[in-house]
Design a protein around this ligand. Structure first.
Ligand code: ADP
Ligand code: ADP
Length: 226
């Protein structure tokens, strides 16, 4: 069944004079890994931010798990291009803090943090501070912290865009492994068509302007593989 439904959503800015997203509709099934691809400024981040609840559609509606989206929530975990860890906490403390604020008890926090730090291959650096970590490692902390919150949906905005090519490939490979284990529904925004083909089951291509969907491609070869 559909976990995400975007229904006739339009988003305008500048008092209605600029249309960033023009009447987009999209259904995403549970477990699908969907890449939004298109040139800069085509509206893909805006669609994702509306699913996240960080922006409100001007017209139309968005449902996640059958509920109208009204602001952000822990059911939708987010990973941004800029690493978003707290510099005064170690990698492990960052992961634990993310679930402490959700009220997860201490013993379970430790257990979940340990498991996720293992999944992102960061155990050896678990007690280091972000300043001691490379860009790729900092992004591993952000991924572990978000997954520890057990979101149903993972929203990633150019997650590896700030990393150099070699590290980006390692991160893509790791993320595919994690998605095989965690079975999340994923939307990822990317400029990188290779990344989309490697990671996604389905690629939604946006038109140059204004923000519409040009092509919605299911990559059956990948699904057969999973
Ligand atoms: P993409 O992610 O495809 O690069 P965005 O969704 O970020 O594109 O932006 C779509 C368009 O909307 C762009 O032209 C951008 O400049 C514009 N836009 C985004 N946010 C705002 C805003 N808060 N006010 C005005 N224009 C915006
Ligand atoms: P991206 O990295 O996806 O291209 P941007 O750097 O364009 O994103 O946008 C970062 C933030 O600025 C977002 O919150 C977006 O909504 C806002 N923004 C983007 N374009 C404009 C704009 N033309 N006017 C005002 N805000 C904008």
């Amino acid at each position: 069944h559909n976990i995400i439904s975007v229904n006739d959503v339009t988003k305008t800015y500048l008092g209605g004079t600029f249309t960033a997203v023009d009447n987009v509709s999209l259904n995403i099934k549970e477990g699908e890994i969907v890449a939004f691809v298109g040139p800069s400024g085509c509206g893909k981040t805006t669609v994702m931010r509306m699913v996240a609840g960080l922006e409100t559609p001007t017209t139309g509606g968005i449902q996640v798990s059958g509920h109208d989206v009204q602001g952000p929530g822990p059911d939708r975990g987010m990973i941004f291009q800029a690493y978003t860890s707290f510099p005064w906490l170690t990698a492990r403390q960052n992961v634990e803090y993310g679930i402490k604020i959700l009220g997860v008890p201490a013993a379970e926090r430790r257990e979940r943090a340990q498991k996720l730090l293992e999944e992102v291959h960061l155990i050896a650096a678990a007690d280091k501070y972000p300043a001691e970590l490379s860009g790729g490692m900092k992004q591993r902390v952000a991924i572990a912290r978000t997954l520890a919150q057990k979101p149903e949906v993972l929203l990633m905005d150019e997650p590896f865009g700030a990393l150099d090519a070699q590290v980006r490939w390692e991160m893509q490979e790791m993320m595919v492994e994690i998605m095989d284990v965690e079975k999340k529904t994923v939307i990822m925004v990317t400029h990188d068509i290779q990344e989309a083909i490697y990671m996604a089951d389905r690629i939604v291509f946006y038109t140059r302007t204004p923000g519409r969907i040009k092509e919605d491609v299911y990559m059956d070869f990948k699904q057969g593989h999973r």
